[in-house]
Design a protein around this ligand. Structure first.
Ligand code: NDP
Length: 300
């Protein structure tokens, strides 16, 4: 039997294409209204990984002509101080997107923070109102959380057939697994799958993953998904970002996904690499959500 070519899903390229499109849209709206979309990111404390993420978000905003503000707060900031800052941003007409970088220090309740953000500016899509609208299928009236949204964009731009397929999502976090599984089961052109969700209490995970036409791994365990867990020809989406030791690199570590790439790529029909797959899409979708918020607020 002739084996069809395996496709590497290039999130780096697609995210750049998307950023170019968004840049043109921002310029267009600026020319017509004199206004630009604005994203404010709040970071509490000095977690090095969070600082890198926040810097990248701000840089990406500027690249496409959006306004970006970063508010840095000390590690011991009381919850009420953070909530007051969010309330002020909710009222600020120049701010279209508000994002509070996680994780937060332990004196701050993450859910209280999520609830404080005005759902119409919640470009992370974490607020229950946005998640609820997503579950009800009102994608045009909510913000979809950026990582699952980026995966939909990749499936769409690579013309991957989803209707009637069996999608298995491994992981059920509120920011990836749950919204992802809910999206894939919606009655939409880009989804419409039969969905199975696996998690840490699932018995015999391979018996499910082997049935997947589309497998989405969002676990946080390096190379958890191995070739013997895959149906030949499956589309494999790897959300995981895990550091493993590697003395051959300058830093002494490198990033790998939740999928054992080499073994799985030999069987898959399409696969996202790590890095360069889902990761770059997350920031691009944050920009897309911020532009969407700007358009809704200004009736554009
Ligand atoms: P969480 O830790 O919040 O969730 C992990 C999920 O995996 C949980 O539902 C957990 O199950 C499940 N799980 C853990 N161990 C097992 C196991 N042995 N067998 C089956 N299921 C298991 O992680 P996130 O969803 O936030 O992130 C997942 C991964 O994706 C991480 O590597 C993270 O760094 C990465 N990530 C990447 C992003 C990107 O932009 N590319 C964005 C966000 C995350 P249970 O619920 O039972 O505990």
């Amino acid at each position: 039997m002739k084996k069809t070519m395996m496709q590497i899903i290039d999130g780096k390229k697609i995210s750049q294409d998307l950023k170019n499109e968004l840049k043109a849209d921002v310029a267009h709206f600026q020319a017509n209204t004199g206004k630009v979309p604005g994203l404010t990111v709040i970071i509490v404390g000095q977690d090095p990984a969070s600082q890198v993420y926040v810097r990248n978000k701000a840089k990406s905003c500027l690249e496409i002509g959006m306004h970006s503000t970063v508010i840095e707060m000390p590690h011991d900031t009381p919850q009420e101080t953070l909530l007051n800052t969010i309330r002020e941003l909710n009222q600020d007409p120049a701010v279209h997107g508000i994002l509070v970088q996680q994780p937060l220090p332990k004196q701050i309740d993450e859910f209280a923070v999520t609830l404080a953000i005005d759902p119409s500016k919640d470009v992370d899509g974490f607020h229950p109102e946005n998640l609820g609208r997503l579950v009800m299928g009102h994608l045009d009236k909510c913000f979809v959380s950026c990582t699952p949204y980026g995966i939909l964009e990749l499936l769409d731009r690579y013309n991957i057939e989803t209707k009637g397929k069996h999608c298995v999502v491994v992981g059920r976090s509120n920011i990836v697994g749950k919204p992802m599984a809910n999206l894939m089961m919606q009655k939409l052109d880009a989804t419409n799958c039969t969905v199975t969700v696996c998690h840490s209490a699932t018995r015999d995970i391979p018996s499910f993953t082997k049935q997947a036409d589309i497998l989405i791994a969002a676990i946080g365990k390096a190379r958890f998904i191995t070739a013997d867990m895959i149906k030949p020809g499956a589309v494999v989406i790897d959300v995981g970002i895990n550091r493993i030791e590697d003395q051959s690199t300058k830093s002494g570590y490198r990033l790998v996904g939740d999928v054992d790439y080499d073994g799985v790529a030999a069987l898959a029909s399409a696969i996202t690499p790590v890095p360069g797959g889902v990761g770059p899409m997350t920031i691009a979708m944050l920009l897309k959500n911020t532009l969407q918020s700007f358009r809704r607020i200004n009736n554009l």
